[in-house]
Design a protein around this ligand. Structure first.
Ligand code: ADP
Ligand code: ZN
Ligand code: ZN
Length: 736
């Protein structure tokens, strides 16, 4: 082999070896060597390596000891400087181990898409030659613009990017004279230092806000986790802003992570104008180039304020000073596909690593975080009043048993809607199911429109005239009558489209806006809908989970929760927690000082303990009771949990695989580990694949991780053949 030859010839300079990772289902890294004469790469830089029969882009993790095994040479070093600094690499290695996910996948997920391939960060630049220096001194360069460019080159330590230096004609002249030469350099990461907006001034903080700011500010120099629990509108964002301002002034960086849906232009503007900075925004909806520019500016320490969604959790922060996670309870902070991490948990780890404080904000904190606060591991700050002085709305149940329902609405709710509309208020109706109807059924023969690839019903989208599967994306036309007996079809289960129709027919002329994924798909539609509500043109608002997050509707005086039972009786053990959070969040969106809000919750079970506690006690009391139930049932957060999921086109193969895994774990792990299953996943078939899962629970985290390592080791690959795929979900947030 060629490279052996080289190695022997230059015995003194043995090729150094490097461990690199590539994306794919591989647990470890791969070792390559460097041929003599190549500049060694840095950990965190990209290289191109031969891989199988082709070449791939890889990221260097660390230097490796040559272990006598034959290695292949690195084909090219793509980055002269690392893209990921040491601390970020350490975090990614921790995350890969903690979430039992292949390191290559984790590392590549942390890079902006534009850098996952070979895209170079090199630009054409000019540097001063000796005769250029002369020309500047003895005045040989006459043209003013030429002299200016030469002076710039002289002042710069390094080369200067061509386009930043001078017009093309001037540059050509410099090169013709031999005063400057073309070199290539890593494109500098630039970021504007001021927003050039008029700076808005902060309101005088209320007492509770000031207490919170002071407490966190006193600990800015070191790690500390702070839970800022404050009802919606209590001024949590003002607390963030006051602290961020201090950190920015000290020249350090702040990372703010929010759920996807709350990352609105309004939020970004609010930060930009208050702090007089241009925030670097990082989210998946950006064009690759925009994202790359923002990411690099942050990684270079140039952009001081970063606002992003969960994937921003891994951006390098060379000058970190503070981390903020808003809506820390929100399930959108957990990545649900591929590399399954929870941004909040990753950031708590990072804050500790970077030795900076982390501020977790929510009106309805997760049980996990509350428990840490109750145990004293996190500091607990409260904002109990709305900053605007508006009282919290009153919540009442509507017992809908045996009520004549009209389009999902009880007579009592109808009357309340009418009353509020006539009194000049706005009304918001929350129903967490989009589409027109959840299914089409035949009462004559029992036929139901189901997805051919999933164990799920097709949702009827009437406006689009389609039946759609919300799990795999399958869609088809709507049959005119029953395909099996030709009887007319009827609808079952109501969606937001139908609710909109019912309200439009019953309350014409009041204007109605629907907020769900279908209704807001087009660019700018969402903003326009929100504006119609804000201007009072739409007095009725219908929506899904989208209503719960991010937007305030101060003119809304009545909130109707159309179907509470959907959440109360969810099969997932987190159902009650989710319900309490959604209800309080949706309630918190409404009402202002002069018009206290009213919240009406339709249910078939008004005696449900969670509902009763929510009506009579506060959120923390509900959560304390919930924690006791979880302890009883030996479920998270009182136990550490992981799901091992497997799916295959052949159900028996998936089940047999997990049975083997379960038997092996039961045999080799002690009583410390509880193994539940395998059982069918709640959605037993999805996109033509049969899904099974195994739930592992342990009191001690290390027991759980040991078990997962054992599984990795004994199975060896995430793709063990027969079309079988398996994955691990550590700290699963739902069991679906
Ligand atoms: P949260 O983030 O808790 O929902 P915000 O910080 O967005 O609350 O504040 C809600 C509203 O109250 C905003 O319009 C904000 O400008 C206003 N506000 C916040 N703090 C104060 C204060 N100290 N004085 C006056 N208005 C305030
Ligand atoms: Zn039929
Ligand atoms: Zn489907």
């Amino acid at each position: 082999m060629d490279h052996d030859h080289t190695a022997n010839a230059h015995h003194a300079a043995r090729p150094t070896c490097w461990t690199v990772v590539v994306p794919g289902p591989f647990f470890g890294g791969f070792t390559y060597h460097l041929e003599a004469g190549q500049t060694p790469p840095c950990p965190g830089a990209r290289v191109r390596v031969p891989f199988g029969k082709s070449e791939r882009v890889a990221v260097v993790i660390e230097a490796a000891e040559p272990d006598g095994q034959e290695t292949r040479p690195i084909a090219a070093v793509l980055d002269p400087e690392p893209l990921l600094d040491d601390r970020t690499l350490a975090c990614l290695r921790w995350a890969a181990a903690y979430y039992h996910h292949p390191l290559g996948e984790v590392v590549f997920a942390a890079l902006p898409k534009a850098l996952r391939g070979e895209r170079e960060l090199q630009v054409e630049a000019l540097s001063l030659t000796e005769s250029g220096r002369q020309a500047l001194e003895d005045g040989a360069a006459r043209g003013e613009r030429q002299r200016e460019a030469l002076a710039t080159l002289k002042d710069a330590d390094d080369a200067v990017p061509a386009t930043a230096l001078a017009a093309a004609a001037v540059r050509r002249r410099l090169i013709e004279h031999g005063w400057a030469q073309i070199v290539s350099m890593t494109a500098p990461a630039d970021w504007p230092s001021s927003s050039e907006n008029d700076k808005t001034t902060a309101p005088a903080l209320k007492n509770e806000q000031a207490v919170a700011v002071e407490a966190v500010a006193a600990g800015l120099a070191r790690f500390g986790a702070w839970l800022l629990q404050g009802v919606t509108g209590s001024g949590k964002t003002e607390v963030y802003l006051a602290l961020i301002e201090q950190v920015l002034e000290s020249g350090r960086q702040v990372l703010v992570v929010v759920p996807e849906i709350s990352l609105t232009p309004q939020l970004i503007q609010r930060f930009a104008r208050r702090l007089d900075v241009v925030p670097a925004v990082l989210h998946s909806g950006l064009a690759d180039g925009e994202r790359l520019a923002a990411w690099r500016a942050v990684a270079a320490g140039k952009a001081q304020l970063v606002i992003g969604t969960r994937s921003a959790a891994f951006v390098p922060l060379p000058k970190a000073g503070l981390i903020v996670v808003d809506e820390e309870h929100d399930a959108a902070l957990k990545q649900q596909e591929g590399f399954l991490y929870h941004a909040r948990d990753v950031l708590v780890w990072r804050a500790r690593q970077l030795d900076v404080p982390i501020l977790l904000g929510s009106a309805t904190p997760s049980l996990e975080t509350l428990r840490h606060a109750w145990d004293g591991r996190y500091h607990h700050l409260h904002l109990t009043e709305r900053a605007t002085g508006a009282p919290m709305p009153n919540i009442h149940c509507l017992d809908i048993r045996a009520q004549p329902m009209e389009g999902g609405l009880s007579p009592a709710l109808m009357r309340a809607i009418e009353r509020h509309l006539l009194a000049g208020g706005q009304v918001m109706l929350y129903l967490n199911r989009r589409g027109y109807a959840s299914s089409l059924v035949c009462h004559a023969c029992g036929w139901v429109a189901g997805c051919p690839h999933c164990d799920a019903f097709l949702t009827w989208h009437r406006q689009a005239g389609r039946l759609r599967c919300h799990h795999c994306g399958f869609e088809q036309g709507v049959p005119a009558d029953c395909p099996s007996c030709q009887a007319p079809l009827s609808v079952r289960g109501m969606g937001t489209e139908q609710l909109e129709d019912v309200l439009a027919a019953r309350f014409p002329g009041f204007g109605i806006v629907r907020l769900d994924r279908d209704a807001t798909a087009g660019k700018g539609v969402m903003a326009e809908s929100l504006a119609r509500v804000a201007r009072g043109e739409a007095r009725l608002v219908v929506g899904t989970q989208m209503l719960v997050k991010g937007h305030d509707f101060p003119g809304v005086s009545l909130v109707g929760v159309v179907n509470a039972d959907q959440a109360l009786f969810a099969s997932d053990f987190r159902g009650p927690e989710r319900f309490a959070q959604s209800l309080l969040q949706v309630a918190g969106r409404a009402g202002r000082a002069e018009r206290p809000g009213e919240v009406l919750v339709q249910t078939h079970d008004p005696e449900h303990p969670v509902l009763r506690r929510l009506l009579s006690e506060d959120y923390e009391a509900v959560m304390a009771a919930e924690l006791a139930e979880r302890e009883q049932a030996e479920l998270p957060p009182t136990r550490f949990a992981a799901l091992v999921r497997a799916d295959a086109p052949n159900g028996a193969a998936a089940r047999a695989f997990l049975t083997r895994v379960a038997d092996d774990l039961r045999e080799r792990q002690g009583d410390e580990l509880a193994v539940w299953g395998p059982v069918s996943a709640p959605l037993a078939r999805r996109a033509g694949r049969y899904r099974f899962q195994l739930l592992l629970l342990a009191r001690v985290r290390s027991v759980l991780h040991q078990a997962l390592w054992q599984v990795d080791e004994s199975v060896g690959s995430r793709r063990p053949g027969q079309g079988l795929r398996w994955s691990v979900d550590v700290d699963p947030i739902d069991l679906a």
